[in-house]
Design a protein around this ligand. Structure first.
Ligand SMILES: C[S@@+](CC[C@H](N)C(=O)[O-])C[C@H]1O[C@@H](n2cnc3c(N)ncnc32)[C@H](O)[C@@H]1O
Length: 228
């Protein structure tokens, strides 16, 4: 199965290639829309992705910490069919399954699974995380859990695939620094085998966008990384 090509030949595939206006420059109607981040920016991103890259032919999608499964329903509406959502909460998965059945998306695969010790036996070309790494970081052992997260997710993204993380607790620079630290740890672990830095660069920064779900909410930073 082919990986996702990056950078895209057509820059319109990813609207967050474009400069994102500062919040002060964005009109109130846009900012005031409920769920702007999920139903606005993501919807545009997904529509372009599906339309221009024929993603359904090449793209298995995993949503980490899927919650109610809203993001996967958005993808299903865009024509994606190979969709999997995991959450360590049995209640969340039950809700996600019931909503998917109610809304006619029975084909979405929802599984109870802890991303830190995932039982999944396949990789995905597109892996998305909306707020889950943030949640994991709130654990008393947050720093350790975050390190475990990167190690686990590295095994879930296909070579050439893309990881997209939406966070309201970290800036783009902080997420990129965290990834670079992870890459360095991998290099350290591999150095005894004579590996080069390029061999260990598991995730590489691609691009990011900042969005504001509502007028009075904090900024959400969405960062895309490619997997080597
Ligand atoms: C902030 S919520 C976001 C839910 C959903 N992504 C959304 O945007 O609506 C975080 C979700 O991550 C799940 N979660 C937290 N830690 C997890 C873990 N280690 N493995 C899998 N899911 C986890 C929680 O149960 C929760 O549903």
């Amino acid at each position: 199965m082919a990986g996702i090509r990056w950078p895209p030949e057509d820059p319109e595939i990813f609207p967050f290639d474009k400069d994102v206006p500062d919040s002060n420059d964005m009109g109130p109607p846009m900012l005031g829309m409920p769920n702007y981040h999920q139903d606005g920016s993501y919807a545009e991103y997904l529509a372009n992705f599906q339309e221009r890259s024929h993603a359904d032919d090449c793209c298995g999608v995993l949503d980490i910490g899927t919650g109610s499964g809203r993001l996967l329903q958005q993808l299903a509406k865009q024509g994606f069919s190979d969709l999997t959502g995991i959450d360590h909460s049995e209640g969340a998965i039950e809700v996600a399954r019931n909503l998917a059945i109610r809304d006619g998306f029975e084909h979405i695969n929802f599984l109870v699974d802890d991303v830190l010790e995932s039982k999944l036996e396949r990789r995905f070309e597109l892996v998305m995380d909306e707020g889950t790494l943030d949640t994991i970081g709130l654990h008393p052992d947050g720093p350790v859990k975050r390190m475990m997260y990167w190690q686990s997710v590295a095994g879930l993204v296909s070579p050439g695939g893309i990881l997209v993380i939406a966070s309201c607790s970290r800036t783009k620079d902080e997420l990129v620094q965290e990834v670079e630290s992870f890459n360095q740890r991998k290099l350290g672990a591999m150095s005894s085998e004579g590996a080069q830095a390029s061999d260990a660069a598991v995730f590489k920064y691609i691009d990011h966008v900042q969005t504001y779900p509502s007028v009075d909410s904090s900024c959400i930073t969405t960062v895309a990384f490619s997997h080597s």
